[in-house]
Design a protein around this ligand. Structure first.
Ligand SMILES: [Ca+2]
Length: 224
């Protein structure tokens, strides 16, 4: 049996950055944006400071294929800021399973970057965040070549959606490529989990994909 990975409390700042309300506000503003054509298909940028970052399909940097997902600060120096990219996937197929989000992360003059994943659902009739983890305690910093990282969480039977993507804190640029969202072996320890209940009714977010989509950032809608 592998040693249990250290459980840790997600810093309040990072946990809060994935707050549901902020996420929906971000999605609403993104859907009105005019630059969506340059964003990677099936991915959105969100977060309270999303306007200070840019999400792009980057054809100049790729671990495999011809493109990656790039999340970059627009050049301000306020290190307290953050943004995430997000894709929402239907959790039905993953209910009751342990899942693993793995991928490769690369940084350029980066304060902090990595992956995040959240599982949302309904508990006792109320919306709940059933699992949350990010790679903040094993983050990519500075200028760093492709580094594999992963998140492992359990998906409770009450789960409705799985949200995941790249995250960036502070200045710099983070790239992500070759993501995988799959069932993990039961023997693999979870990397972090947290349940938060709210009194708010569950509202299924818009834009939920039935299966993970464009995890290699090669898809170009309408492209040849
Ligand atoms: Ca790629």
């Amino acid at each position: 049996m592998p040693p249990a990975r250290r459980r840790y409390a997600i810093p309040r700042r990072v946990g809060g950055m994935l707050a549901y309300g902020a996420l929906l506000v971000g999605l609403a503003s993104t859907s009105r944006g005019t630059l969506a054509a340059q964003e990677p298909y099936a991915w959105l940028i969100t977060g309270q400071d999303a306007d200070d970052y840019r999400l792009r399909r980057d054809e100049d940097v790729a671990r495999t294929g011809e493109a990656s997902m790039r999340l970059a600060a627009r050049g301000n120096r306020r290190n307290s800021q953050w943004a995430v990219s997000v894709q929402m996937v239907d959790a039905t197929a993953y209910r009751g399973k342990r899942i693993r989000l793995a991928g490769y992360v690369k940084g350029d003059e980066l304060r902090s970057g990595g992956l995040w994943l959240r599982v949302d659902g309904i508990l006792d009739g109320s919306y709940a965040m059933l699992a949350l983890d990010n790679t903040e305690d094993r983050r990519v910093e500075g200028t760093q070549d492709w580094t594999e990282t992963e998140i492992v969480v359990d998906v409770p039977p009450e789960s409705v959606t799985i949200l995941f993507g790249a995250m960036i804190n502070g200045d710099g640029t983070v790239w992500v490529d070759d993501l995988v969202l799959e069932e993990a072996p039961d023997a693999e320890p979870t990397s972090g989990a947290e349940v938060q209940r709210t009194d708010s009714p569950y509202a299924r977010p818009p834009g939920v994909f039935g299966v993970p989509t464009n995890l290699d950032f090669e898809t170009v809608p309408g492209g040849s």
